[in-house]
Ligand binder design. Structure first.
Ligand code: EPZ
Length: 417
């Protein structure tokens, strides 16, 4: 199994290109099930979760091609299986995103219920509640959601918790439902708006994406299209922290700075010097790194997917910072590994008190999930000596060659098979 080896101490300098967003590409690929015509996608990151989705679509009988140049061609002319099997869903929870499109177009679906994961229980009750409001029946049998309908009808759906994939699943289903659907307390993440843009290019009638209320007028059928997914704001944010924590000077290109405005504003408060352009930003890390509290919330606030990376930065702060995680109930696994590197972190439920100014020392550490693995690399970049990060398969799920990109701006990092 691959490991990542890092020798800390180098300030990062140079330019880095951001890949397409995993969390925009996954729903875009699922949306291809809504039409019999070809969907051409661009700027698709060649990461493991994308390849898992390709396999899922192929196993259903769809044509699905994903190339390393970032293009994908998907065509669900007809599919022989309306099932997402446990073997695939257990490796990637986002497989749940095929549920809405399958029920909407084929009136039937059997999708393995994604269990919990390292960061939380992650139920999908709101996805099922919404589909039932649109007239489907959703039973959980032998670990599978068995959903069927005579034909979906528009409905008013209020989600009591903001859910990203829940909003995406119901928005996709509603595009082929009879009548109007209103999604209230909807997620506003840029990935949701990107999906709405794709669905409109397929002939969908959607308004209000990017706000808490999305209106969808159902149509009879959707057609093919070409769509370029947005850049990955979390990958961009990860490199911003890499520049700040190593007191480096990095230009992050091919991204959308406004999609991570909350992250850049938090890093500025923490002492980094940041300038932005239309499709890039530059981060100059400064001493001292100022300890600043942060609380995660749904977009446009500070994202939970940047919490671990920010915690790594706060281990180098000039005082103490409280990191509060409001989205997931168990998203501090990385803190335990940072403590093994010498960090001073005290966890109390959904709050972590990070006392800064501690010299980190290299160690053997374990990645527990995608963003935790990135945060351990960031901590290792400023640790004294050598760090070995194990279970980097987590990293490969959502980062495209991160160690090569970091090495290209001066990090002493390599992948060891
Ligand atoms: C998406 O997950 C992202 N994944 C996650 O990114 C991200 O952390 C999360 O949104 C929050 O921003 C993808 O887009 C593929 P949620 P999702 O439903 O949609 C509760 C990464 O690192 N909830 O918005 O699964 C849930 O338990 C990943 O790239 C219900 O209670 O997250 C959580 O507390 C990790 N019932 C909260 O809502 C439901 O039916 C937000 O979860 C659904 C969710």
């Amino acid at each position: 199994m691959d490991k990542i080896r890092v020798i800390g101490g180098n300030p990062l300098k140079g330019c880095v290109e951001i890949s397409g967003a995993k969390n925009a590409a996954l729903p875009a690929m699922a949306a291809s099930l809504l039409s019999a015509e070809a969907i051409h996608l661009e700027n698709i990151p060649y990461v493991r979760d994308i390849l898992t989705t390709r396999r899922l679509l192929q196993e259903m009988g769809a044509e699905a091609e994903v190339l390393e140049d970032g293009t994908a061609t998907l065509k669900a002319l007809d599919i022989r299986s309306r099932e997402a099997p446990y073997e695939l869903v257990k490796t990637m929870r986002a497989s749940i995103l095929v549920l809405g499109p399958l029920v909407a177009r084929f009136k039937k679906a059997r999708v393995s219920l994604p269990g919990g994961c390292a960061i939380g229980a992650r139920p999908v009750n709101l996805h099922l509640m919404g589909l039932e409001k649109m007239g489907a029946t959703c039973d959980v049998v032998h670990g599978y959601v068995e959903a069927s309908t005579e034909g979906l009808r528009g409905a008013n759906i209020l989600m009591d918790t903001v859910t990203v994939t829940g909003t995406e699943n119901l928005m996709m289903a509603a595009t082929l439902a009879e009548g109007e659907t209103i999604l209230d307390n909807a997620a506003c993440e840029p990935e949701v708006s990107d999906l709405a843009g794709l669905l409109r290019s397929m002939g969908g009638r959607i308004e209000g994406d990017g706000t808490r209320t999305i209106r969808i007028q159902g149509v009879k059928e959707l057609h093919g299209c070409r769509h370029r997914v947005i850049p990955d704001r979390i990958e961009a944010g990860t490199f911003a922290v890499a520049a700040a924590i190593t007191r480096g000077d990095v230009e992050v290109r091919n991204c959308c700075p406004q999609h991570l405005a909350a992250v850049l504003s938090q890093l500025t408060q923490a002492g980094a010097e940041i300038t932005t352009e239309a499709n890039s930003f530059r981060v100059r890390g400064k001493d001292p790194i100022r300890s600043k509290n942060v609380t995660t919330h749904p977009y446009p606030a500070f994202p939970t997917d940047m919490q671990a990376q920010y915690m790594a930065l706060m281990t180098q702060g000039d005082g103490s910072a409280v990191v509060t995680e409001t989205i997931f109930e168990n998203r501090f696994m990385h803190a335990l590994e940072m403590i093994r590197m010498g960090a001073d972190i005290t966890i109390d439920g959904r709050q972590a008190l990070v006392k800064g100014g501690k010299l980190l020392t290299g160690a053997k550490v374990l990645a527990s999930d995608l963003r935790a693995s990135a945060s351990l690399i960031l901590a290792a970049l400023v640790a004294q000596g050598e760090t070995w990060i194990d279970r980097v398969y987590h990293l490969d799920r959502g980062y495209c060659q991160i160690e090569r990109k970091l090495a290209s701006i001066g990090a002493n990092i390599e992948r060891v098979s």
